[in-house]
Design a protein around this ligand. Structure first.
Ligand code: AMP
Ligand code: GLY
Length: 420
């Protein structure tokens, strides 16, 4: 098969690498891709959000399948457009991607179908929102309704901070139109877990669990980022909790979406909080997580291409999905200053030495290949992943590989997998 993967980060590198292992795959393409991906797949400079450009590329390459990985083209309807043109596509249609694209939709769905989540209220009027926060106990969680590149969530420690967040979203438009409507939520405490799941809208197969470290600095300090490192499995996610999640959250979500006429086919991301009252949903994403994918897919034993194919044809129940025992850890090396302001274009040294190490894979998130040299080209630059028999072994090996890699102002967290 010829496959085009849409996107160009560490997640897409992990998807491309797994697809490259499949005997069914004869050619791999990626758009826009990045430096690392270009070693496995031919890359084309078409933006993920350029729907017409992606369609034209898929037609020109005569691909058998397009894998749409990032949130924005999914929410814009790239899968629908491809299907309308007779091209097989992996990922949810626009009417299902709304599960990620609209927090108001997802909260209402959970409420209606009794899926456990934080209590909430929705506002499109700033004055009403301000009156509401004045009556809530802190901390208070304020979220912009739409996609805001993972940054539209503010955990306010005081009522004043919450009021400031309401002002900045609704009046100053800090997140653009994403803040026209906001969700104000109860603050949940507990341990966070990510579970990605394959689903064809009828059958749901959870992948191995993971944990993302979202804050920029050691000790969970600093700003929220797209993710600074991950581990799999998540030690807090016991078999008993997994069974509860399946019964109380995963299957009810798939069934609710089908009942709404919004059958979800693709990878469904459950961001969960394990609270004293049981597991609750913090957020859904309509796609693979980044950098969760970089620790989950290396542990997949089955053929990813076969799984994608089965999901498109709604026969996921018929195929086995197996996982390797053991663990994986991914340490993100970012540009100094990420997630705010950073420089790009610095040469990256030591990649070969790191990759020569046993059980290590370096996924490229923001790099470009120029005259045979890898240069930094983004906020998150690399995701250094190691697998091992135990989490400790995977972490030790991943950090040993990180030590080999250097570029100017490189920044990474030293406590991935070691905080609560
Ligand atoms: P989200 O984009 O909804 O995943 O939010 C980003 C991060 O904010 C999550 O990973 C949590 O760490 C935190 N968060 C979001 N909602 C809540 C909540 N209701 N209670 C506690 N923490 C939350
Ligand atoms: N790592 C969090 C996300 O992919 O949204």
């Amino acid at each position: 098969m010829k496959i085009l993967v849409v996107g160009g980060g560490g997640r897409e590198h992990a998807i491309v690498k797994k697809l490259a292992e499949s005997r069914k795959v004869e050619s791999l393409y990626c758009a826009p891709g990045n430096g690392g991906i270009s070693q496995l797949a031919e890359c084309f400079p078409v933006k993920a959000t350029d729907l017409e450009g992606q369609l034209a590329l898929a037609k020109k390459l005569k691909v058998d399948m397009v894998v749409v990985a990032p949130d924005d083209p999914l929410c814009l309807g790239l899968v629908d457009l491809l299907e309308q043109n007779g091209i097989r596509a992996f990922g949810p249609r626009k009417n299902a991607a709304i599960l990620e694209g609209s927090k108001v939709f997802s909260k209402q769905l959970m409420k209606q179908y009794g899926i456990p989540t934080a209590k909430y209220a929705v506002f499109d009027d700033m004055q009403a929102a301000l009156e509401y926060v004045a009556q809530q106990p802190a901390p208070i969680v304020v979220k912009a309704e739409g996609l805001a590149l993972g940054k539209g969530v503010i955990i306010a420690q005081t009522q004043q901070e919450a009021a400031d967040a309401v002002h900045s979203m609704m009046q100053d438009k800090a997140f653009g139109d994403a803040g026209n409507r906001i969700v104000i939520e109860e603050f949940l405490t507990g341990t966070e877990v990510t579970v990605l799941a394959f689903t064809d809208g009828k059958t749901l197969v959870p992948m191995v669990s993971s944990k993302d470290h979202k804050r920029a600095l050691d000790g969970d300090k600093g700003l929220n980022t797209g993710g600074m490192g991950t581990i799999s499995p998540n030690p807090a996610y016991t078999d008993e909790i997994a069974q509860r999640c399946m019964a109380e959250i995963f299957l009810p979500t798939v069934e609710a979406m089908r009942a709404e006429g919004r059958t979800f086919k693709g990878c469904l991301y459950f961001g969960l909080m394990l609270t004293q009252d049981g597991p609750k949903v913090i957020e859904y994403n309509a796609r693979f997580g980044d950098p969760e994918t970089q620790v989950v897919l290396p542990r997949l034993e089955s053929d990813l291409c076969e799984i994608f194919d089965a999901i498109i044809d709604e026969r996921l129940a018929e195929i086995p999905v197996h996982w390797k025992p053991g663990a994986a850890a991914c340490i993100v090396i970012a540009s100094g200053g990420y997630p705010v302001k950073y420089q790009s274009g610095y040469p990256i040294e030591g990649l070969e030495q790191a990759e020569a190490m046993q059980d290590v894979t370096v996924y490229h998130a923001g790099t470009k290949l120029e005259n045979g040299r890898f240069l930094t080209a983004g906020g998150r630059v690399l995701g250094v992943t190691a697998t091992g028999e135990t989490l400790e072994a995977a972490l030790t090996q991943a950090y040993a590989a990180v030590e080999k890699i250097h570029f100017q102002d490189a920044h990474y967290r030293h406590d991935i997998g070691r905080t609560k």
